[in-house]
Design a binder for this molecule. Structure first.
Ligand SMILES: [Zn+2]
Length: 469
């Protein structure tokens, strides 16, 4: 008896569970609607001249109705982008229920697109209408993202004085930036050289060592810059009029006998994986002289980002002992093959010849960034001397240091040789400031370093600067 009673109760409970489940299915399919996922991303953490906003909307079933992206700051409100999506037919329930939907909206928000913009917090909303089932009305899902609006660029105050530079030479500038600056440095044409914290300065004091390209004829394209995280940017000139000294490149002619090409081309190709080796000997040589040369320079320029935040060098740089200067910096070379002009390139270093396999000293103290084979330069040692200043000792027959090693000025780092694009045993000394090849002659000159570099390094903190209080 008790057994049958128990079974009857179980039936009722089962029926109740099934009813609740059926009600839930009915509710979610016809009234509640599927969940909508919304994600807002921006290319900057703040709003200034122009910040790209991107919203992705997703719905599992039923699809999406309308979507929109809205900017709101107090009474300043603007629909940045909107779209109405095609709904699946209400009668085509099976198709609609199985089809997921994904949509995107993109807009730029900033000074150029919103005229009521003001400094302070603002909100971006991304809204999506859930697609309605047969019994559902409109239902909106909404996600927001708070971003600060910043409209004033950071301020720049130049601390060093008398920025004398020579075409193809180096320069340094000490300056102070306001707290909002996120990046600062020197723009040289299209290239931006990041500054370092000033080793002797206070908060916001910066120093930037830069190169003046050998082919830049005036200082019009050399500017200090500072940028905040919203993209507001300030630029200021700091090299005044006659502080820039032009220097015309010299000229030279290089003849390319087959015996030279036969020695250097296969040797470089053999150690440069990925290099195209098709064509005649002169075609292969030109590929090395043009494409590989540019790639090798870019590799050296890229190493500047790994430079130390303080000077590692110690006084003037060393020239290879007992050496004669062969080729100079910024020599415009015309290449002749079988009596015809086949190429033009510029030599961006100093060629020094001594005896064969001469001991090569570290030109100055620093840390080895690269020790090994690098295309046209053959076996090289690249040393970081701090603040973006690098030296390159090239065409070595032997390398006697390894990457990461600290070296002191004068320490033997290798032996001279003729690896890479070298006609005979010699040392090619290259100096790079902020990734730009510069004349090594200035850095070999102790009085030039004392007069042109050290004053900017000695500039201390600025006690009167307002944003430090
Ligand atoms: Zn050279």
């Amino acid at each position: 008896m008790t057994k049958r009673k128990g079974t009857g109760r179980l039936k009722w409970i089962l029926l109740l569970v099934m009813l609740v489940a059926a009600a839930w299915v009915l509710y979610s399919a016809t009234l509640r609607g599927p969940n909508v996922s919304i994600e807002i991303t921006t290319d900057r953490p703040a709003i200034g001249p122009g910040t790209a906003v991107h919203a992705v909307f997703g719905a599992e079933r039923w699809g999406l109705g309308a979507i929109r992206l809205v900017f709101e700051q107090g009474s300043c409100r603007k629909v940045l982008a909107e779209q109405t999506l095609t709904r699946p037919s209400a009668f085509d329930l099976l198709a609609a229920a199985s089809a997921g939907a994904r949509a995107e909206l993109e807009a730029e928000v900033g000074r150029g697109t919103i005229d009521c913009l003001s400094e302070g917090p603002a909100t971006i909303f991304a809204e999506a209408e859930r697609m309605s089932g047969p019994l559902r009305g409109e239902k909106w899902s909404r996600v927001s993202k708070e971003l600060p609006v910043r409209l004033r660029p950071p301020s720049i105050q130049v601390l060093s004085t008398a920025h004398y530079v020579t075409q193809g030479g180096s320069g340094v500038v000490a300056f102070h930036v306001s707290r909002t600056a996120q990046r600062s440095g020197v723009r040289v044409g299209q290239r931006e050289i990041d500054s370092h914290p000033h080793p002797r300065g206070g908060e916001g004091d910066r120093i930037a060592l830069f190169g003046v390209p050998w082919d830049m004829g005036d200082a019009g394209q050399i500017r200090l810059f500072a940028e905040d995280d919203a993209g507001n940017r300030a630029e200021t000139a700091f090299i005044i009029g006659r502080q820039f000294r032009p220097r015309a490149p010299r000229k030279d002619v290089i003849r390319l006998p087959d015996s030279f090409l036969e020695r250097v081309v296969p040797a470089i190709e053999g150690q440069s994986p990925g290099l195209d080796t098709s064509g005649t000997l002169i075609e292969r040589y030109l590929r090395i002289n043009q494409r590989l040369r540019a790639a090798n320079r870019a590799t050296v320029a890229g190493l500047a980002a790994r430079s130390a935040d303080r000077p590692l060098w110690d006084g003037p740089f060393l020239q290879l002992p007992n050496s004669a200067r062969r080729a100079g910096f910024a020599e415009r070379r015309t290449y002749l093959y079988q009596g015809k002009v086949v190429d033009h390139q510029t030599h961006l270093g100093l060629d020094l010849a001594s005896v064969a396999h001469a001991d090569v000293p570290a030109p100055n103290s620093g840390q080895v960034l690269l020790a090994g084979f690098l295309g046209i330069y053959g076996n090289v040692v690249i040393i970081d001397h701090g603040l973006g200043l690098l030296s390159l000792s090239a065409h070595l027959s032997r390398v006697l240091v390894s990457e990461g090693e600290s070296v002191t000025k004068g320490q033997t780092i290798g032996r001279s040789g003729a690896t890479g694009l070298a006609g005979g045993d010699h040392l090619h000394l290259g100096i790079f400031a902020g990734g730009i090849a510069v004349s090594p002659m200035e850095w070999l000159d102790g009085s030039w370093i004392r007069n042109r570099i050290e004053p900017a390094l000695a500039v201390g903190a600025t006690p009167d600067s307002a944003d430090k209080k």
